[in-house]
Design a protein around this ligand. Structure first.
Ligand SMILES: [Zn+2]
Ligand SMILES: [Zn+2]
Ligand SMILES: [Zn+2]
Length: 310
């Protein structure tokens, strides 16, 4: 009856034959006890003196290299992962340098052993892409942009973003999103601290309906001609522009004015259905009857902003 040994859960037949003294010596020097010859003339079973696990090793490997005990190696991965704030779940089936871990947030991350070791040593930090991506999305949303993905030009400090106001896609430095210093290359919407303008514009729709729009932009002319009107021949004009110190001030002033106009002249608010074929804007358009009021309001703001020299 052939004797067997259980190695990693499977029975392995003992191989008859002499065990050479220098094999035993080599095994001892490398942290193992040579238990038996197994399988065939090429293999031996070694017992790890660290953890007691039995491993199957080629005699050639035993003599020429340092066989690793998988149980001890795995124990090392587990403790290293813990030190890095991760839970070791298993090796990556596609790349032997990688393993799968659970991060503290609960998400799974795939990382190189070497990176986890550096993280355990405090030399780097492992972050969860899912959580980090959510964080960057919120950061962008606060500034009126949607994070689309990494930089198409491959700069790690940049990302691809879409401007919520106009749909324009451009690359921006993430640092500028974080500090709110972003300008849109299409609608010319500047970062809130950059100078801006309030404006009143007039449009005449093909059915002769006359409209007035109140808004703000750092470049009202570009906004009108390159963005708002769908047909370049649509009769339109900028009636009044008032420079303001920053986009922030422009937004606040504009919003307050719209509230006032809607409250005092609800009948002058035009249904977007009427102009949506002609203009790229979803609201804040009034009947032209309101033009004198809007211009007067802008005049008041202009007078407040630039006190007359006497
Ligand atoms: Zn071991
Ligand atoms: Zn996460
Ligand atoms: Zn834009």
């Amino acid at each position: 009856m052939t004797q067997t040994l259980m190695i990693a859960g499977s029975p392995v037949p003992v191989f008859p034959g002499e065990i050479l003294p220098h094999w035993i010596e080599a095994a001892r020097a490398k942290g193992y006890e040579l238990v038996a010859r197994i399988s065939d003339r090429l293999h031996v079973a070694l017992r790890c003196s660290q953890c007691g696990a039995l491993i199957r090793v080629r005699i050639y490997t035993l003599m020429s290299a340092h066989p690793l005990c998988p149980a001890c190696v795995q124990a090392g991965w587990i403790t290293t992962a813990q030190a890095a704030g991760l839970t070791y779940l298993g090796r990556c089936s596609e790349d032997r340098h990688y393993a799968i871990y659970r991060a503290q947030c609960g998400h799974l991350v795939r990382r190189q052993f070497e990176l986890v070791e550096r993280s355990a040593a405090g030399k780097t930090r492992i972050r969860c892409e899912v959580c980090h991506n959510d964080y960057e999305k919120q950061e962008a949303a606060k500034e009126g942009w949607t994070l689309l993905g990494s930089d198409p030009e491959g700069n790690i400090s940049y990302r691809s973003y879409q401007h919520d106001a106009c749909g324009h896609i451009q690359r921006l430095a993430r640092a500028n999103i974080q500090t709110g210093r972003v300008s849109c290359g299409s609608c010319g919407d500047q970062w809130p601290a950059a100078p801006s303008h309030l404006y009143a514009m007039r449009f005449v729709l093909p059915n002769s309906h006359e409209l007035v729009k109140l808004g703000y932009s750092n470049n009202p002319h570009s906004r009108l001609h390159h963005q708002l009107i769908k047909d370049p021949d649509l009769p339109c004009a900028i009636l009044r522009t008032v420079p303001v110190a920053s986009g922030q001030v422009a937004i606040q002033t504009e919003k307050a004015l719209h509230r006032k106009l809607r409250r005092e002249h609800p009948e002058a608010v035009v249904d977007p259905k009427i102009y949506r074929d002609a203009l790229r804007v979803k609201s804040e358009i009034y009947d032209a009857d309101l033009t004198p009021m809007i211009v007067a309001e802008l005049d008041k703001i202009a007078a407040r902003n630039s006190p007359t020299v006497s």
